[in-house]
Design a protein. Structure first.
Length: 364
């Protein structure tokens, strides 16, 4: 039963997330204005959810096998559902947020929040973690723990999906038609398997690059590690690999940035939705979706999935709001160890009280 139910629930969650958060982000972006508090340590405790009235699920998207940093979670969205008021809050957590992560029983280190899932899954390099942060569900549990400290809401469950799952869904569907809103180029889309290529550059020149550049500016010097993407405005049939490039592109000069990526994700999901509807009418959907469950991890039981699915017939009655943590409201950017780009709360590093207050004012 679980193998059959999970794909339907995943599809429903993605449809709600990308549909709702895109439109909410476009027309009613949540911003906070006012004075920034002086840096202090956060003492707020994540609130527990009422099992009878609310549901909270952490959705994670990660690269998977064969991708550089394959267990880093590029997508972290906390879904908070109020069953009484029929309201859903989608809380997007930026992957560059600098947070403390308990990598063993007695020690906590600072990392980008997208490392939480990776550390939880890695029992070789991090062998002394608490039991709940180990083995199959260790990554999801670690991410739930850290996101709870940031947002002030404890996620009851998690669902994680890797890139292979996305490409497999689209290829099994036979490709999807996507409406591209803007023509754009991305000259720095990473080529899988070439992450460490030297591009026939001499050792002395590479040393010179390292002395002169850092971060992405350093990476850009190794041009053979990247390919040029070009997408024309209008309708295009995409297979799984093309669709993945379309939604993951980050460095377009014409249509770049996180919001542009959200718009492209929404366009892709519209295409997936239309294709699924046509296949559902042909009675082919069950067999297709059942093939992608190996790309999904979750701690939801069959009974819990059934409970969630029972909401779907009237999910269109739910009011959906999106909460984005950005530099326009609760965050500021700075430089972390090794020159990496990181985000911290405006109140100061590890002080999530302002973020928690902001979220608590928005959730149903």
């Amino acid at each position: 039963m679980k193998r059959i139910l999970i794909p339907f629930f995943i599809a429903a969650i993605f449809a709600v997330i990308f549909g709702g958060s895109y439109f909410l982000g476009k027309f009613s972006k949540v911003l906070v204005k006012g004075d920034v508090l002086p840096p202090t340590q956060s003492t707020a405790t994540p609130r527990e959810t009422d099992e009878e009235k609310t549901l909270s699920i952490l959705l994670l998207g990660y690269g998977g096998p064969g991708h550089e940093g394959g267990t880093l979670s590029d997508t972290l969205i906390l879904i908070y559902i109020n069953l009484e008021t029929k309201r859903i809050a989608l809380i997007s957590i930026p992957r560059d947020l600098w947070v403390p992560i308990p990598y063993d029983w007695d020690n906590t280190g600072y990392y980008k929040i997208n490392m939480a899932y990776a550390i939880g899954l890695d029992d070789v390099r991090y062998p002394n973690k608490k039991p709940e942060f180990r083995e199959e569900t260790g990554g999801g549990n670690m991410a739930k723990h850290v996101v709870g400290k940031v947002a002030g809401i404890n996620a009851e469950n998690f669902i994680s999906v890797n890139f292979e799952g996305l490409t497999k869904i689209i290829d099994i569907l036979g490709g999807v038609e996507v409406e591209i809103s803007n023509t754009f180029n991305d000259y720095f889309y990473p080529v899988k398997g070439k992450e460490n290529e030297t591009c026939e550059i001499s050792a002395s020149k590479i040393a010179e690059f390292h002395a002169k550049y850092s971060g992405f500016e350093l990476e850009k010097q190794f041009i053979c590690r990247y390919e040029h993407l070009h997408f024309d405005q209008g309708k295009q049939i995409m297979d799984g690999e093309e669709a993945l490039k379309f939604v993951r592109s980050r460095h377009s000069t014409e249509h770049g940035g996180d919001f542009a990526r959200s718009e492209r994700q929404y366009a892709l999901l519209l295409g997936i939705k239309d294709k699924i509807i046509s296949l559902e009418g042909a009675g082919k959907l069950n067999s297709i979706l059942d093939k992608v469950t190996q790309n999904v991890r979750t701690d939801l039981t069959s009974a819990e999935i059934k409970k969630l699915l029972s909401m779907l017939p009237d999910y269109m009655e739910y009011n959906i709001s999106a909460i984005h943590l950005t530099e326009d409201n609760m965050l500021r950017s700075t430089v972390g160890p090794g020159g990496q780009f990181i985000l911290i709360p405006k109140e100061g590093q590890n002080n999530f009280s302002g973020i928690q207050k902001f979220i608590s004012q928005q959730v149903p």
